[in-house]
Design a protein around this ligand. Structure first.
Ligand code: PHE
Ligand code: ZN
Length: 852
């Protein structure tokens, strides 16, 4: 297709011509031919005076009947909707009735109404409702929905409260006006894991987690997380739940993680189901965070929604920020913060540094599904964290109270959001707003000066060009700093330096000796700190910094210095680094989870990003061998102490998913992986055989595969878990994560030939094709086979599920950082994708942006 794609611009926003006062929907469910009857109570919107045609969105619908005020009309139909001429519409409010037919069983895109293993479910965000019925499918059109479902399936669910049901039907009423993207319907043979919750004001809420028969006993942790989320939102934000029931449904076929539909959250089953035998500690932590995230959307997203999709970060940035706060309160806040920053750098800094860079609030898009990005979500959250640092905890609380007060029931904008902060705190946020409009990660350079007892820090900020934004203005950057004296005592506890200029100095007086600075504590801004420091200083901070984030960061910076020297100068692993890591690894006074994080080496892709930022071309093969060599050297340096560590940490206690136990398991498995480099995997094989949890089972298997062992264990694992798709996804992904660079593409071909490679299932597709793309040295192998295999699969998936194909395609976003040979190979694959006949708009936009 050669027609130009339609770009939508923020600047073109206009309120809709009509309002929807009420919606009544009837679903007659059948896999091949579902009938949807819609009654829309419409009225002209006073904000758009004059007489307008009525334009409704609709895709892939077969219109059976259409009537205005009881009279049949023949609207003009096209590919994306229908139009009724003004002369066919009464002047005041009127009723529009439509009947359409759709085929949920033929819906492979998993958007709209579709089927997953015999159950009906929906996904409407962002623009899926238009695949269910003709509607005003935009978030600023909010309405009350009543739904009737007709089906012989035993469980029939929709939004809001149940009002009536009988044999073969059920009715639901949602009292809260909502945009269509929050609509949901589920029908299936499901079982509930149920509990009750009493809100702070005494309202009783029935909680249900709906799963396929047999999975009921894997819901306890999700339920516990839900109850803790509900309590936390009352205690910390003063927000109560507002319906009589809260339903969660787990589905196996889902494009994303989960969805916050009003009163009826729908989850990818991997983020609900957990038992010690099937879920890892990371799975538990993710379930807790995602359950909380979706629940928190009830206020930040549902009660206050977005005016248009450009405002997506209004709900997503804030809700991620809230789920981070929650996880920090439930677990070790320090460990969580480190993990957040690792993920931010791996996904968002990477995005910001490549051809897909865009502002937290983009100004134009072609396909909105392509903007559910790390920038909108994770950087959106970091921007709020900075706001909170700038206005203080009290200011933040006042602003949020005002936000809920002023905007409850609204479809709001980023301007509304910033206004509540200005009104609640008296601060001018016009410069701060640049964080929403400028893409790219600012670089922060630091110069120090020490003279006559005065210590001066001078910062310089700059942001590299990003697509469409060659120049950037200086931003407000909150820089949390502490100073240590040479003994390691803190002489200036954390203070916030507020940088607003391109270049700015801050002075500290009354110091007896030249201090060691600890800069950007807690990662107080999403910037790249460019500060060269001698290894002794990094080791000093790793040993003495009182800020846990910066303590870890010092070790991370040291490890990156070492790895960069190995890759670029053939240097050996530095003894200073080895000693510093050993000191932390064996320090029983430190949290085991923290020690485990310090033992983790920088990821290869992260290292490539760093080397690229240094102005050099990263060589994936060299990075891979350097990282291996570092692990080998560490294993030798830590020596027999590792055996003792493994023993001490294995206390035989009964399994609990607590952060405390998870931290001990993480440290033990990190030690086990290093030991495998010394004993060829003997202890890891024993640990696999004696594993009492999935964390241990998969951790031991990883340690084995990493040293070229584990073939027998892989088979044992597959025999044991062949019937469990969520567990088998780990089996697929792990092998690809640890495959040798020259073998990854071939392994992918072998795994995709298996009968259980159900490529239409997004989880399975990601755990194989996505995992190959995430194997840095394998994907970027000079043979070009990694690129080719991924491109082949994207082209195969695209006609069925464009959304998932487009998301996985971001694997290619880093191509400009590599050498000419790799660039040429990757570009050729992107061009091949772009040239494919009938390519989806989703994938076309992505490939086009990556090549631009
Ligand atoms: N709104 C969902 C969330 O953030 C994510 C999502 C987007 C899910 C689009 C499905 C489709 O929790
Ligand atoms: Zn969200």
């Amino acid at each position: 297709m050669l027609d130009a794609q339609k770009t939508i611009h923020l600047a073109d926003y206009q309120p809709f011509t009509h309002l929807v006062e009420r919606v009544e929907l009837t679903f007659r469910l059948a896999p091949g031919a579902t009938r949807v009857l819609a009654q829309l109570h419409l009225a002209p919107n006073p904000a758009r005076p004059g007489r307008h045609p009525l334009r409704l969105d609709g895709e892939g619908l077969r219109l059976v009947a259409c009537a205005v005020a009881g009279q049949a009309v023949a609207p003009a139909l096209d590919d994306s909707g229908l139009t009724i001429a003004p002369e066919d519409l009464p002047e005041g409010p009127f009723l529009l009735e439509t009947e359409v037919e759709i085929a949920p069983e033929a819906n492979t895109a998993l958007e709209g109404l579709y089927m997953s293993k015999g159950m009906y479910c929906t996904q409407c965000e962002a623009e899926g409702f238009r695949k269910i019925t003709y509607y005003l499918d935009r978030p600023d059109v909010m309405s009350r929905f009543r739904v009737r479902i007709e089906s012989d399936l035993p469980v029939l669910l929709s939004n809001g409260n149940p009002t009536a049901n009988g044999q073969g039907w059920a009715e639901w009423d949602d009292p809260w006006p909502k945009p269509a993207y929050l609509f949901a319907l589920v029908a299936g043979d499901l079982r509930a894991h149920s509990a009750d919750f009493t809100t702070a004001s005494g309202r009783k809420v029935a909680l249900n987690i709906w799963v396929r028969p047999g999975d009921e006993d894997r819901c306890a942790y999700a339920m516990d997380s839900l109850i803790r989320s509900m309590r936390w939102d009352e205690e910390v934000y003063g927000r109560e739940y507002d319906l009589d029931v809260f339903n969660i449904v787990a589905v196996d076929d889902f494009n994303m993680g989960a969805m916050e539909n009003k009163g009826l959250n729908i989850f990818n089953s991997r983020y609900v189901l957990a038992s010690p035998e099937t879920a890892t500690d990371d799975d538990y932590a993710r379930i807790e965070a995602i359950i909380a995230h979706e629940y928190f959307h009830n206020w930040t997203g549902n009660r206050i929604t977005c005016r248009d999709w450009f405002q997506l970060c209004l709900k997503e940035g804030l809700t991620v920020f809230r789920d981070h706060q929650f996880s920090g309160d439930m677990r070790s806040a320090a460990v969580r913060r480190i993990e957040e920053v690792v993920a931010l750098r791996a996904r968002q800094f990477r995005e910001d540094a490549g051809p897909l860079a865009h502002p937290v609030r983009p100004e134009s898009f072609v396909e909105i599904n392509n903007f559910y990005t790390a920038t909108v979500y994770e950087k959106g959250s970091e921007v709020i964290a900075m706001l909170k640092t700038l206005v203080g905890d009290q200011g933040y609380k006042r602003a949020l109270d005002l936000y809920f007060d002023r905007h409850d029931g609204d479809a709001a904008t980023i301007e509304d959001w910033l206004n509540v902060f200005e009104d609640a705190t008296g601060r001018d946020l016009s410069q701060f707003k640049l964080w929403y409009s400028q893409a790219g990660t600012p670089r922060l350079q630091v110069a120090e000066d020490w003279q006559d007892g005065v210590y001066t820090l001078t910062f310089t900020q700059s942001t590299p060009p990003t697509p469409g934004q060659p120049e950037k203005a200086p931003r407000v950057i909150p820089i949390n700093v502490g100073l240590l004296n040479p003994n390691g005592d803190e002489v200036v506890p954390t203070i916030m330096l507020e940088m607003t200029q391109e270049r700015q100095s801050f002075r500290f007086q009354g110091l007896a000796a030249r201090p060691v600075p600890s800069i950007l504590r807690g990662f107080s801004a999403p910037v790249v700190l460019e500060r060269e420091a001698p290894p002794e200083e990094r080791a000093f901070l790793l040993a003495h910094d009182t800020d846990p984030f910066n303590k870890w960061e010092a070790g991370r910076a040291l490890a990156k210095d070492v790895m960069a020297a190995m890759v670029l100068q053939d240097a050996p692993p530095s003894p200073a680094w080895l000693d510093a890591v050993a000191a932390v690894a064996f320090d029983g006074g430190l949290d085991p989870a923290f020690r485990a994080l310090c033992l983790r080496l920088p990821a290869e892709d992260d290292m490539a990003q760093t080397i690229h930022a240094m102005g050099r071309i990263p060589d994936p093969a060299r990075i891979h061998s350097a990282r291996r060599a570092m692990a080998g050297a560490l294993a030798i340096r830590l020596g027999e102490g590792l055996v003792q560590l493994c023993r001490d940490l294995d206390d035989g206690a009964e399994f609990s998913p607590s952060a405390e136990q998870a931290g001990r398991r993480a440290l033990r498995l990190a030690a086990l992986a290093l030991l495998a480099r010394r004993d060829g995997g003997k202890l890891a094989a024993e640990a696999f055989a004696g594993a009492r949890s999935m964390t241990e089972e998969i951790g031991a298997l990883a340690a084995l595969l990493d040293v070229g062992q584990g073939a027998a264990e892989l088979q044992v694992f597959a025999d044991r878990w062949g019937g469990d798709a969520n567990v088998m996804d780990k089996w697929f992904a792990l092998q690809l994560a640890l495959a040798e660079p020259g073998e990854a593409a071939e392994l992918t071909e072998r795994l995709t030939a298996r009968a259980d490679f159900d490529w239409k299932n997004p989880n399975r597709f990601r755990s194989v094709v996505g995992a190959l793309a995430a194997n840095h040295a394998g994907f970027h192998h000079l043979s070009g086979r990694g690129y080719r295999v991924v491109a082949d699969w994207l082209l195969k998936l695209d006609p069925l599920n464009p959304q998932t194909a487009a998301r996985v395609s971001t694997a290619f976003e880093t191509w400009p950082r590599y050498d000419a040979a790799r660039r040429k190979l990757a570009q050729a694959e992107l061009e091949r994708i772009l040239a494919a006949p009938d390519l989806s708009g989703d994938l076309r936009e992505m490939a086009g942006r990556m090549l631009a």
